[in-house]
Design a protein around this ligand. Sequence first.
Ligand code: ADP
Ligand code: MG
Length: 339
Amino acid sequence: MSKIQVLDQITIDQIAAGEVIERPASVVKELVENAIDAGSSSVTVEIQEGGIALIRIADNGCGIAREDVPNAFLRHSTSKIRSIQDLSHVGSLGFRGEALSSIAAVSQVELRTKTADDLFGTHYLIEGGTEKKMEEIGATDGTTFLIRQLFYNIPARRKFLKTPMTEASHVNDVLMRLALSHPEIAFRFVNNGQEKLRTSGNGKIKDVIYQLYGRDVAANLLEIHYEKNGIRLDGFLGKPIISRGNRTYENYFINGRYIRSGMVSKAIEDGYKDFMMQHKFPFVVLYLSLPPEETDVNVHPTKMEVRFHNQQAVYGTLMEGVHKTLSEPELIPFVHLEE
Ligand code: ADP
Ligand code: MG
């Protein structure tokens, strides 16, 4: 027998899952992004034991048609793009068709879904990549995923998970970002039966900031609207007084997608430089809009990195926009609202 063997599909999926699914928060990110892509106006996330034992995600989006359900769990199966050309103007958060196959490869998945066109919904079970059940059920329109026992079949991975409390806080972070990037969606997060986060979905970013960060932050914001080099900036800048000792307050989104970028952080911080003490980092909720073909989000499986074709223009616009916005108003001191 030849020494070189092509791996079987389940092994391939388990290996690939490692790139997309690192912890419960990655499952939540992928499934909530799918709910957003499905046009949901309401998304509820519940977890138990930090999401290691159970993650439940319910949406009221378009649902998955019965004949598509098994296909949705195949690697590289997606309804969102057809060719690499589509990537230059992809409007959805997903496009790689990897999340469901990855999640199903490393957990026990239960799905209930129904489209508006179907009379009955579909109930589907898949564990470690193997289909266990598919049947008709009565269901309301939309999709509910239950993910049980993450990494139950990959003990080495499971060992690397942190305490339920730490994992839950990662889930919370992911949901805060998703809620900020979609103020028009009502989000609810319940951890071990306790509600941790709720947004109204009324479309107002400032209300989301208030609901997530509280009134002291919401009362100390400057609105930013700036455009240059075909790049638009919208959102809110925290007054320097509410800055922090780390970058956890920096939220920025490129064309609706939450990303991390050293360059973007640096541009924002440089814009704040004249107004802030050293070693402090600002509170920002900043939405950058630029032509999709000016960016490449297909850098990493988690899509948290982005490449800009014209880095210099992005840096310059950000730095200048932030600096100008902070320069204009009288920077009134910190407002503390009494209870
Ligand atoms: P991608 O999001 O990159 O297309 P996924 O593996 O995340 O890949 O999902 C595969 C497909 O399953 C999606 O393209 C979509 O058609 C369908 N799907 C997944 N989740 C949902 C959902 N909550 N509502 C409707 N359709 C969904
Ligand atoms: Mg997806």
